[in-house]
Design a protein around this ligand. Structure first.
Ligand code: SAM
Length: 275
């Protein structure tokens, strides 16, 4: 059975793209299938998709054999997704609402993958939320996420580069992110102003004895004034200068020269001091 082209689905439902909802749709079914293949075999597992929109990626994910739970904020998309549900039945569940308010941790007891062509305005908040928490026992097995390419590069950045900063540290201390695919502006309707990239992220074992809150505070201060020496930028962070000294880190260094491990070790010493 041939599948209706997404351009026609969108026209039939009068889905003019809304800028405020970050709507840049992908209509090329081959490209969508390539994105859906990034997490690996999905058959038998559950996928949480943020922002299915007209359902192009949703269908590609369903075609892998996965069950999909999709949350969409735009009420205009719900009838389109209802059509998809008629085809795929119980394997598709649609939640109308704001992904920022959905607790995805309770979706399944089985394996959960998160896959999304993210709305850019909430992408970073969702991503850092999925990496947050006092305890590190991630409810997801992988994240496959479309970002503006510049943001994707900051997530995977290595020390000593201009892209390296707080986002890299907060991402890499608990996960292993990689660029899985670069996607050009012309792949979207309408084309966004900038290029995009899909990142693939798997959790890693968390370093012990470090609180996410301390690391967050430390990196906010260190990279908030990234041109300054650490002895200046960390001056007002309780215990940070002492931790630098105990770790033997030269306080005249700048934040971007410290590795993720350095930040984790500093945060651990700060937590030990407070305990
Ligand atoms: N998945 C579709 C695709 O790949 O063509 C659409 C992707 S579009 C970049 C982002 C989608 O996220 C839109 O459908 C938009 O309505 C939806 N969206 C925006 N903000 C949202 C939010 N806070 N929660 C859930 N969905 C949201």
């Amino acid at each position: 059975m041939s599948v209706e082209p997404l351009r026609e689905v969108i026209a039939r439902h009068g889905l003019s793209a809304s800028k405020s909802l970050g709507q840049n749709f992908i209509l090329d079914r081959q490209l969508l299938a390539r994105i859906a293949a990034i997490p690996g075999t999905l058959e038998g597992s559950t996928v949480f998709e943020v922002g299915p929109g007209p359902g192009g990626l949703t269908r590609a994910l369903l075609d892998t054999g996965a069950k999909v739970v999709a949350v969409e904020r735009d009420a205009r998309c719900i009838p389109v997704l209802a059509e998809l549900k008629e085809e795929y039945g119980d394997r598709l569940e649609v939640i109308e609402g704001d992904a920022l308010e959905v607790d995805a941790s309770g979706i399944t007891d089985g394996e959960l993958h998160i896959v999304s062509n993210l709305p850019y305005n909430v992408g970073t908040a969702l991503f850092t939320g999925w990496l947050d928490g006092d305890e590190w026992s991630p409810f997801w097995s992988s994240l496959t996420l479309m970002f503006q390419r510049e943001v994707a590069m900051r997530i995977v950045a290595k020390p000593g580069t201009s892209a390296y900063g707080r986002l890299a540290v907060l991402a890499q201390w608990r996960s292993i992110p990689r660029i899985a695919m670069k996607v050009s502006r012309s792949a979207f309707v309408p084309p966004p102003k900038v290029e995009s990239a899909v990142i693939h992220v798997v959790p890693r074992e968390a370093p012990e004895g470090v609180s996410a809150a301390t690391l967050s505070r430390l990196t906010a201060a260190a990279f908030g004034q990234r041109r300054k020496m650490l002895r200046q930028s960390l001056k007002s962070v309780a215990g940070a200068l002492e931790a630098l000294e105990r770790l033997g880190v030269d306080p005249t260094r700048r934040a971007e020269t410290l590795s993720v491990e350095d930040f984790v070790n500093l945060a651990r010493l700060m937590d030990e001091r407070r305990a």
